[in-house]
Design a protein around this ligand. Structure first.
Ligand code: FE2
Ligand code: FE2
Length: 251
């Protein structure tokens, strides 16, 4: 697991102290650049020690959109951890988009872990597939089997990332939901496209302090895995205790 030291944030906290983590997803930055996140990132840098972004950073996965967000991220003076979302794949330029965020200093996780100020972050996008006993099974047409295989593969990437975490404090960063509770509010017919219980099954085999995800814009802020790990849907559209587009979590 790579190690990184924070740039300071609120300035007074040391690595052994509790870290205040700002978490937010689904920024959906558009090419038109109408919405700037500069002021928000300045505010977050004052309020937190680390910023976590849970995917759908861009609206259509266009390099221009990624460049606009990377420019806004210059206003962020604290370390940034992120995963990509399904929207970041839309245009087929995911490698370019990834490179833009990495060049901007973002710890972009795709099945890896990074430790910052004593907190281990394990990140993966995740995938769809449904929840509990109603999860899509690997049966029938090759297209269905490929979909289930993708879901399982993302879970294995998460497992590898979690194995790399040495810190006692671990945060899992996802785009897709690991439990149905935090997608409640969305039409029930689309729950299966919003996440997969396979992610929660993996999470519950490790000591995890908190899980954050996005993707379900109309979901619910808080839930728990069957094993008891707290899960937060931090999509920017979700109402949070902060009253702001980001959540603040102390780890
Ligand atoms: Fe989204
Ligand atoms: Fe999404």
């Amino acid at each position: 697991m790579s190690k990184s030291t924070g740039k300071g944030g609120s300035g007074t906290r040391k690595a052994d102290d509790k870290q205040r983590i700002a978490a937010m997803g689904d920024l959906h930055v558009k090419e038109t650049g109408t919405a700037s996140f500069k002021d928000l990132f300045t505010e977050i840098s004052q309020a937190a020690d680390i910023l976590v972004l849970t995917g759908d950073l861009t609206d259509l996965g266009k390099p221009k959109e990624a460049e606009l967000l990377a420019a806004d991220l210059r206003a962020c003076t604290i370390p940034v951890v992120a995963v990509l979302g399904n929207h970041d794949y839309e245009c087929g330029h995911v490698e370019e988009v990834t490179a833009i965020f990495k060049d901007a200093g973002v710890h972009l996780l795709e099945g890896q872990a990074v430790e910052i100020n004593g907190v281990g972050f394990a990140g993966v996008k995740g995938f769809a597939g449904g929840f509990g006993r109603y999860m899509l099974g690997s049966f029938g047409e090759p297209a269905i089997k490929a979909m289930v295989a993708e879901s399982v593969e993302e879970t294995m990437r998460l497992e590898n990332a979690l194995r790399q975490v040495r810190s006692e404090r671990a945060m899992v960063v996802l785009h897709y939901a690991p439990i149905p509770d935090t997608v409640v509010g969305e039409p029930q017919e689309i729950y299966a496209f919003l996440g997969s219980s396979r992610l929660a099954e993996t999470i519950d085999r490790f000591p995890v302090s908190a899980v954050v995800h996005g993707h379900a814009h109309r979901g619910t802020y808080e839930g728990r895995t069957p094993g008891g790990a707290p899960v937060y849907n931090v999509a920017s559209h979700i109402e949070k205790p902060t009253g702001r587009p980001y959540a603040l979590l102390d780890l």
